[in-house]
Design a binder for this molecule. Sequence first.
Ligand code: PLP
Length: 389
Amino acid sequence: MNFAERMSRLGTESAFEVLARARALERQGKDIIHLEIGEPDFDTPAHIREAAKRALDGGATHYGPAAGLPEVREAIAKDVEGTRNIPAAPEEIVVTPGAKPIMYFVITALVNPGDEVMYPNPGFPIYESVINFVGGVPVPIPLREESGFGFDLDVLERKASARTKLIIINSPQNPTGGVLELEQLGRIAEVAKRHRIPVLADEIYKAFLYEGEFASITRFPGMKDLVIILDGFSKAYAMTGWRLGYGVMPPALAEHVTRLMVNTNSCTASFTQLAGIAALQGDQTPVAAMVAEFKRRRDLVVAGLNALPGVSCRSPRGAFYAFPNVKALKRPSAEIAEILLNEAGVAVLGGTAFGEYGEGYLRLSYANSEANLRKALERMRPVCARLAG
Ligand SMILES: Cc1ncc(COP(=O)(O)O)c(C=O)c1O
């Protein structure tokens, strides 16, 4: 079989590959602690599961409109208005199976071959993968530890031009846990407005903020028409396996994205969508409880990592990842991750799984039990001590 040339340009998300390898080791009888995959270890709250069961029993088992059920788009628009303090209308919402398709659809709809796209590096690997896939030119914006893993705004301002067709931002951020300051968001908004560049704002971790208040780039005057918000239910409501997310975008773009939905998925599962209404409108205390628990785990993991030989770790302000500096271990980060998996039975990701500027770091998801996190840190100690020499 001959594969299309474009397939050589499509990347992947290593977390799923490392998960598969870790599972293979488990089948051989090895005990592995999973800190590689980014999903809450909590169950979906009971009232959301009940709503899905009711929806199934009520017959929500058929095709629905490609852009999402009207009542679900309505509920999302209301939620967006409440959480971002901006007006939002149902025709600006497209519901998708998980939030990830919004990246693929928006990049496909906006980027021609040869167009430049700016995106965070280290960052979620699918951005760069899809930019390459559509023939765009990836322009990575480095996130540096020294500046709390915020955007290198000087690079952004220098490189933005008429060739730039999209800026992707992500705050709170995967993999660093960094959060863009209001002032940084303001400067990005100025660049976007100056050159009329759309901004894809990945806000999937907005609930996981441990200090300060969430700020969306949509708050800056004139940005509403330029911003596509990516958000969803996977993380905040512990619904990764349900596949439910959405984008908020100007209606003209929403029409294109809806056509991409017709061509790929037809629609998002109807009973899942109805459970989404229960998530948005129901009791929010499970979300708050999960975030409070993650904050405790963050503090435990950061303290534990800083006590390991050759490892230093800033305290991430958001998301549920630690991104420790392991430069003193004098190995490529992918190799260190491999050694930790094979020798310590701890599955983590090398920083380069998130781009070239991730070299020298590891990503650990602390969405795991306190007991497992303590055990992982203990197991990592002798390996780090040996590598630190
Ligand atoms: C930054 C970021 N955006 C989007 C997603 C995708 O979320 P979903 O599972 O809803 O597709 C993830 C998932 O890991 C993520 O880390």
